[in-house]
Design a protein around this ligand. Structure first.
Ligand code: BV8
Ligand code: ZN
Length: 281
């Protein structure tokens, strides 16, 4: 089956459908923030120094080498806090202000969508946030919102990581990694959902409540490989509720299975920061 069933790049038929659409779900991935200068997980940007980003986003990696994983997340915190929302973030925020039946499910943890003015009640950050840190002690539930400290401890200061990306980052003693100010025992961890961790149930239930409210008119699949579950599953769910699917991506594989769905009604190839403001205006 050809990947595209309908006119793949015709913005006019898309815009005709958009104006008639009320219930819209956008599924966003790392490509949404690429134009803000933030690295993606796969492709050329998929590395952090000499490490595969995906292999660092696991509880096992954190147990094995908390120093390396904290340096990975500290670098991403610094990059995210220094980055600015791009035109794609702003276009989605504007659509959500205009249309209260539009929701964004974002896999990104960089906080750029809230900073773009996306109403929080229409934004579901299902993989958590870099600006949240939480205690790892099972006896303590301390969680902190911290979107300002470029370094949570002196050892994580940007200056301490070698500029040469091929150089192995230093091993930071565990005592010099962030620890819980409340219980004083647990090491702190990034408040993100790692692989093999469950997504926040409250968010999933709220998204399901929105989905159950009736047919869905449009699903926007923006800057994501659509390979990470269960988030990727929303594409097929929307299609099953009658939605047409528009893919906005820099690369288009011959036969991608975005969330198990291998047909899209529109396919817009390019930088979402260029495309979204145009097709959503
Ligand atoms: C779970 C937070 C249950 C951390 C992340 C079903 C089938 C197969 C596997 C599974 C399944 N169910 C569960 C799994 C396992 C796993 C999974 O999906 N594995 C995949 C890889 C095979 N899922 C999980 O583990 C999830 N948990 O299911 O728990 C459970 C638990 C315990 C016991 C029993 C059951 C948790 C998944 C969440 C992981 N956390 N992020 C962090 O950020 O550090 S995932 C992380 O990687 C991102 O959040 C994102 O979701 C993912 C990367 O994907 P993308 O966003 O698509 O980014 P990527 O770089 O890959 O692609 C960028 C895209 O943008 C590309 O397409 C590129 O072309 C495009 N692009 C680039 N520039 C631009 C652009 N497009 C437009 N414009 C541009 N300028
Ligand atoms: Zn604690």
């Amino acid at each position: 089956m050809p990947y595209i069933e309908h006119g793949p790049t015709d913005p006019h038929t898309f815009k005709t459908h958009l104006v008639k659409s009320k219930r819209i779900l956008a599924l966003c991935g790392a490509g949404l923030s690429a134009s803000s200068g933030l690295a993606t997980f796969r492709g050329a940007g998929g590395l952090w120094r000499t490490h595969d980003a995906m292999s660092l986003a696991t509880p096992q990696a954190f147990v094995k080498d908390p120093s390396l994983v904290w340096q990975f997340y500290s670098a991403r915190r610094q990059a995210a806090f220094s980055a600015k929302p791009n035109a794609a973030h702003l276009a989605l925020a504007a659509l959500s202000v205009k249309n209260k039946d539009f929701i964004t499910v974002t896999q990104n943890v960089d906080g750029l969508s809230p900073r773009a003015g996306h109403p929080p009640e229409q934004l579901y950050p299902v993989h958590g946030s870099l600006s949240t840190i939480k205690c790892t002690s099972i006896f303590c539930s301390y969680t902190e919102h911290n979107n300002f400290d470029m370094a949570l401890t002196p050892a994580l200061a940007p200056s301490r990581t070698p500029a040469d990306v091929d150089a192995q980052p230093p091993t930071i003693p565990v005592l010099d990694l962030p620890h819980c100010p409340k219980c004083g025992i647990g090491m702190m961890r990034p408040g993100v959902v790692w692989f093999n961790e469950t997504l926040p149930n409250d968010l999933l239930e709220s998204i399901d409540d929105w989905i159950d409210q009736g047919p869905i008119d449009l699903c926007l699949v923006i800057g994501t490989t659509g390979q990470v579950w269960p988030a990727a599953g929303y594409i097929g769910i929307c299609k099953g509720k009658g939605a047409k699917v528009a893919v906005i991506n820099m690369e288009i594989d011959d036969d991608p299975h975005l969330g198990g769905v291998n047909t899209a009604d529109w396919l817009f190839k390019g930088d979402c920061a260029q495309i979204l403001p145009d097709i959503l205006e």
